[in-house]
Design a protein around this ligand. Structure first.
Ligand code: UDP
Ligand code: MG
Length: 321
């Protein structure tokens, strides 16, 4: 029996691209089924993220025409990450492997074959990584790559140039389900799950039709979300800054004592300048320490799993299944 594949596609106002996306997905799924790589009851799950256009009507008619297409309708627009999670969690109960991709055909559908092959070789998570950003504008490329570097610098472990195009096995999704956080940044959480992972390279094309649903403002808040939901390192930098500024005041005290010894002093200046730096440094240091505790509370409230078990080896008297 082959494994069942679900392809999850979040859609927000995608009426222009959906018919073409559905056509290509159907082609791909039929080919995979024909080659015997996936089960015949595999599905494409289209998630409607509170679209204001005819997206849901389109999904309904696709479902009516062909049982390959399933649909999921969210009550209102909850954003890409939440729509994706809704799809993944629904597919988890029905599938053995799930691939998430965008509706706009920017993710090369042909990479699906390689992902499925890697899954069959035993990988639990396969990341789609874009090989180049030729089709992006200079601005998008510059900001996006800068963002990945900043994320890694701030201690958030993200896969370079990987968006949300990936395959996850059912047990990897079970792992993901244990991350209860509300501020969702899937790209940062998925690498925390573990298991055997691999990457597949693909060329990211241009949006097939319609407009990007990620204008600069949304992109910035997404980046901010990514950093603050994964890392408390910024707080650590405040502590370091406070310490450095306090050090400056020590250097100033030494400098002023030396000046006093040589008789070169301006009355009142030394004490004022030194205490300014000392107090500033101490306040920042104190804020940093308080921040450390708040950071700890923050991470605790996320209630992330402390470990996930891949396998248990154990002898038993009676066979339990
Ligand atoms: N999307 C969504 N909800 C939103 C915004 C976007 O489900 O609030 C979906 C959208 O339909 C698409 C995917 O997320 O399938 C990626 O969006 P888009 O292609 O506009 O982003 P970009 O590729 O420009 O970064
Ligand atoms: Mg896109």
């Amino acid at each position: 029996m082959n494994d069942r594949l679900y392809i999850v596609v979040p859609c927000y106002n995608e009426e222009e691209v959906l018919p073409e996306t559905a056509r290509r997905l159907k082609e791909k799924m039929t080919a995979l089924m024909g080659a015997g790589k996936i089960a015949p009851d595999s599905r494409v799950l289209l998630v409607n993220d509170g679209s204001k256009d005819r997206t849901w009507e389109l999904i309904c008619s696709l479902h009516g025409e062909d049982g390959l297409f399933s649909g999921l309708d969210l009550t209102r627009n909850r954003g890409h990450q939440n729509a994706l999670l809704a799809g993944l969690m629904t597919a988890r109960e029905r599938a053995d492997m799930v691939i998430s991709m965008d509706a706009d055909l920017q993710d090369d559908i042909d990479a699906v074959d390689e992902m499925v092959d890697k899954y069959r070789e035993g990988c639990d998570i396969v990341y789609g990584v874009r090989s180049s950003r030729k089709t992006d504008t200079f601005f998008k490329r510059f900001t996006a790559e800068g963002f990945y570097r900043l994320m890694n610098f701030l201690g958030a472990n993200v896969v370079f140039n990987h968006a949300d195009y990936r395959l996850m096995s059912r047990r990897a999704l079970d792992g993901l389900a244990q991350f209860k956080e509300v501020n969702l940044f899937l790209r940062g959480i998925v690498p925390m799950i573990g298991y055997r992972t691999d990457t597949v390279e693909y060329e990211r094309g241009e949006r097939f039709a319609g407009e990007s649903k990620y204008p600069l403002k949304k992109m910035l808040s997404f980046a901010m979300e990514g950093i603050t939901s994964l890392s408390t390192k910024p707080i650590r930098y405040i502590t370091t800054l406070g310490f450095l500024i306090f050090m400056v005041s020590i250097v100033m005290i030494v400098y002023n004592v030396a000046r006093w010894c040589t008789g070169n002093t301006v009355t009142g200046w030394a004490s004022l300048a030194c205490s300014l730096w000392a107090i500033g440094g101490l306040i920042l240091l104190a804020l940093g320490v308080i921040g450390e505790y708040i950071g700890k509370i923050y991470l605790e409230t996320k209630g992330r799993p402390r470990f996930l078990i891949r396998e248990v080896l154990e002898d038993r008297d009676e066979k339990v299944d």
